[in-house]
Design a protein around this ligand. Sequence first.
Ligand SMILES: [Zn+2]
Ligand SMILES: [Zn+2]
Length: 378
Amino acid sequence: MKRDYYEVLGLKKGAADHEIKSAFRKLAKECHPDRNPGSATAEIQFKEVNEAYEALKDPQKRAAYDQFGHAAFEGAGANGGYGFGSDFSASMSEIFDDLFGEFMGGRRTRGRSAKERGSDLKYNMEISLAEAFYGKTAQIRVPASVTCEACGGAGAESGSSPVTCPTCQGFGKVRASQGFFTIERTCMTCQGRGEIIQKPCTVCSGSGRVTRERTLSVNIPSGVEDSTRIRLAGEGEAGIRGGPAGDLYIFLSIMPDDIFQRDGADLFCRVPITMVTAALGGQVEVPTIDGGRARVKIPEGTETGKQFRLRGKGMPVLRSKLTGDLYVQVEVETPQNLSRKQKELLKEFEKASNDTTHPDTIGFLSKIKAFWDRAGKP
Ligand SMILES: [Zn+2]
Ligand SMILES: [Zn+2]
C-alpha cells in the first residue's frame, strides 16, 4: 500500500506550497543516498519523498491527487503516461485534458515559435605549418542555406503574410476524440507551426531559405595551434522563417611537416651530419620555418643526438610578441657503401687510435670486463 504523499512529507492536506518545498528539501537532505551509504531504508524513503514532491509541487498534478489520490497517477510508471482506470467516468475528462496536454510535448502555449535558429556548420580546414607560422587569410566556400531575400525569410509572397492556421487555430496541434481518449497530434495543415502561408514565395517555395554558396574570408592568426576551433558567429545556416542564423565552426588542423616537428612554440629539426664533420667539427646549414637558412657550428667531437638551440627561430606565440626556438638535433651518420680506399683509410685510422680516441667504448669495455670477472662470485 502506497503511503499518502502528504504523510510522506510530514504534512497535512492543504499545506502551502512553500511548506511542501521546505519539507521536501529537509527530508531529501536527510535521506539522501550520499549521506546514507548502503542504507536500503534511506533509499526507499528518498524515492518516496521525491515522488511525493514531484506530484505535489505541480498545481495540476496536486489537484488531481487531492481529488483522486494515487489513482490519479496509476500506470504512470513505465511510459510516463497518465493512465486512468476504466472506472473513471467521462466526468473526469476535464482534468484528464489538462494533464494530457502537458504530457504531449509541453504546455499548450499558443503556436510554437515560428522562428527557428539555423543549424551550426562545421568546416574542416587543413593548413601547412608555414601557413600557421605566417598566419593567413583563407577564402572558404560554404554551401549553406541562407535567408531568402525575396520574402525576407517569411516564406510568403511579398505583399502577403502568413496567417493563423485555420485547422488548429494557431496551436500547432489538433485533438481528435476516439471514444474516451483524446488524441493530440501535430497539425498536418501547418506542420505544427500554427500558421500557414497562403501564397508561398516563388523563390524559396515557402521555406524562407535558399541554398547558396557563400565565400567567406577567414583570418587564421599567426601561431595558431593544431585542432584550433574558430567560431564565426552567425555564419552558419540561416534561421527558419526569420530566426537567427547558426554559427560556423572552422576546425583547423595543421598538416604534418616533413622537416619540422612542432611542440607548442618550439620547433625541432633532425639534421644528419657525417662522421667526419662530427669528429673534426664544421658547419651545417639548416632550414628555418620562414623559408630561410641558418648555420649551426658543429664543435669537434660532437656526439649523435646533440641538440643546438637557435633562439627565436621557432613559431610565434598566438596573440603575443614571443617566439619559440628551433632545436636542431644532429644525427651522426655511419658511412655506408665504402670503397676499398675508404676502408683502408679507416683501418689505418683504427690502427692510429688509442684509449682517448673512443673514451666511451674503452670505458664500457673495462666496465664489462670487471663485471665478467666477478660474475658468479658472491
Ligand atoms: Zn522566399
Ligand atoms: Zn495548424
